[in-house]
Design a protein around this ligand. Structure first.
Ligand SMILES: C[S@@+](CC[C@H](N)C(=O)[O-])C[C@H]1O[C@@H](n2cnc3c(N)ncnc32)[C@H](O)[C@@H]1O
Length: 274
């Protein structure tokens, strides 16, 4: 059964407005279940050529209007932006917190799908940050006006000028969806983003469930456990759900977490998670 937290209204409506350049997406059939997410690829046809694109080469994905939505959302049934944002709204309701008071830092914002979901629910301010220029360009092209500001920078080495500009926004919520782990956002970048929002602040993110296990290598399991144990964050909701299908058609399970930031990030944490 489909969860009430999944809705495709926002992205489908937006896709109709995008100047979609995708003619065809071919998913390879001879893929086994062992293929990891960061090895997945497909063949994409546009008017002028057909090319092979690795899913995690986001610069190439975002350059083709409509590809990100058609590949991950339409074909592979990803639901995470709506799922995580609906869950945030649900938990905020329990606290009588109004989304219209939220000023959100959307980390790993990509082409703006999370920002779109947040705006749709009345969030006042949304500021994006992503490490690649192509993500910002795709957002301005496909979702103009959704973000109040969009910073292209590496959070593990954030220039002072960007840090100052981000702090001036007075952000009181951080979202990060489908962007933690693999070669994407590392624990140190997550910590820096957590530091950029106020205390207290809301936190809404998702992460592949395997990355939270004790033995895993990404470092997120250890970081999240420490943040909870030392009262930096107070979890409000921890929910397992199907993020999307793999190219072999198997479900990929993620954890969506809503939490409150309760105290400022201490400098020692950076050294402990370097
Ligand atoms: C799968 S996309 C997710 C985009 C969007 N959050 C969504 O849910 O549709 C992952 C994004 O994380 C970005 N990313 C990867 N590493 C990053 C880093 N160190 N700092 C900021 N963004 C990063 C990628 O460039 C990409 O845009």
């Amino acid at each position: 059964m489909m969860s009430d937290l999944v809705s495709d209204y926002v992205w489908r409506k937006r896709l109709k407005e995008i100047d979609d350049a995708v003619r065809d997406i071919h998913i390879p059939k001879d893929i086994d279940n062992e293929t990891d997410q960061d090895e997945e690829w497909c063949q994409v046809a546009t008017a002028d050529k057909t090319r092979r694109i690795r899913f995690h080469d986001y610069n190439e994905v975002f350059e083709i209007p409509g590809l990100y939505e058609k590949l991950f959302y339409d074909t592979l049934e990803c639901c995470s932006p709506s799922y995580v944002v609906n869950l945030l709204e649900d938990v905020a309701d329990e606290w009588d917190a109004e989304l219209s008071d939220f000023k959100v830092l959307d980390v790993g914002a990509g082409n703006g799908m999370v920002g779109d979901e947040l705006r749709h629910r009345g969030v006042r301010k949304v500021v994006g940050i992503d490490i690649i220029e192509e993500a910002k360009e795709a957002t301005l092209r496909d979702r103009p006006g959704v973000y109040d500001d969009y910073c292209v920078a590496d959070l593990t080495n954030l220039p002072k000028i960007d840090e100052g500009a981000l702090r001036k926004h007075g952000l009181n919520c951080m979202t990060t969806v489908a962007a933690l782990g693999y070669a994407d956002i590392p624990p140190l970048a997550f910590l820096k983003a957590l530091d950029l929002v106020s205390t207290p602040a809301w936190l809404a993110f998702n992460i592949k469930e395997d990355f939270l296990h004790g033995s895993e290598q990404s470092g997120f399991g250890r970081l999240i456990r420490q943040l909870i144990q030392e009262d930096y964050i107070l979890p409000q909701c921890y929910r397992r759900y199907r993020h999307r299908l793999s190219i072999a058609g198997e479900p990929l399970y993620y954890i969506a977490m809503i939490a409150k930031k309760c105290k400022p990030v201490a400098a020692k944490l950076y050294a402990q998670h370097a």
